[in-house]
Design a protein around this ligand. Structure first.
Ligand SMILES: Nc1ncnc2c1ncn2[C@@H]1O[C@H](COP(=O)(O)OP(=O)(O)OP(=O)(O)O)[C@@H](O)[C@H]1O
Ligand SMILES: [Mg+2]
Length: 229
């Protein structure tokens, strides 16, 4: 990977995080509560801290990779994501569902900042796809479904957005390819890079005006079952 390539991805991730923080700031501006008692203020501080983590990891990738292999609870990561995006979901009337077996745990090995960046990119695309869908027939939603298949954790992230043509699907993961006005075409290439690094297989299924589903298959780990609950 060359330096300019890295820098583009780096700027993209900063931009993503700043967009999230900005939407939280807007919300806080509308409230009269004392900041430190405001959960949004605390959330904003958490997002800043995730951004700093990401910057640190990007600046020293070799240490990041070895330090990264810690068990991460996908359910709590998606609860965090729900919280980060809650204002946008509310504004755009998007329902967000996390579906999983009640007593099951879904731990994967990886770096939390990288998993967060990957999921933020997918959610950001899903939100944009929902906004671009013209018909109002179906109530807009994003669903994260977790399951276990033959020792693998399988994550399906579906949206009820505008969907993609077959031709768009073939090119969507290439860097610089975007089908929306003002899109940079970086998000999915970053998703692909992180998935490669964490040995996650990705599959995409989409249909115009039906929606899109990304399936992520995490590597099987024998010690997954003994992770903390
Ligand atoms: N969930 C989705 N539903 C419909 N189209 C999608 C979805 N995810 C990605 N796409 C399409 O794939 C293209 C590439 O996505 P990618 O995230 O790489 O770039 P972008 O969203 O256009 O810009 P950026 O992420 O850099 O801001 C998008 O422009 C969009 O057309
Ligand atoms: Mg994107």
């Amino acid at each position: 990977m060359n330096k300019s390539y890295d820098l583009t991805a780096f700027s993209h991730e900063i931009n993503n995080s700043l967009t999230l923080i900005y939407s939280q700031l807007q919300y806080i501006e509308e409230t009269k509560d004392i900041l430190l008692q405001d959960e949004n203020w605390c959330r904003m501080k958490k997002d800043f801290s995730s951004l700093f983590d990401f910057i640190r990891q990007t600046l020293s990738p070799s240490t990041a990779t070895s330090a990264a292999l810690e068990p991460q609870d996908l359910i709590s990561i998606f609860e965090e994501i729900r919280s980060s995006w809650s204002h946008q979901f509310n504004d755009k009337h998007i329902q967000f569902f996390i579906q999983a077996e009640p007593k099951e745990s879904y731990y994967v090995y990886g770096s939390k900042p990288k998993l967060l960046q990957m999921f933020h990119n997918l959610i950001s695309n899903a939100v944009k796809a929902i906004e671009r869908r013209n018909d109002t027939g179906k109530s807009p939603s994003i669903t994260v479904h977790l399951s276990k298949e033959q020792g693998h954790i399988v994550l399906n992230l579906s949206d009820t957005g505008i969907g993609m043509t077959k031709e768009q699907q073939q090119r969507a993961f290439y860097r610089g390819v975007s089908f929306i006005p003002a899109g940079n075409g970086i998000g999915l290439s970053v998703v692909h890079e992180i998935a490669d690094e964490l040995q996650i297989k990705i599959h995409m299924d989409s249909a115009i005006n039906q929606g899109t589903t990304f399936t992520l298959i995490f590597p099987a780990r024998e010690y997954t079952e003994s992770m903390p609950v």
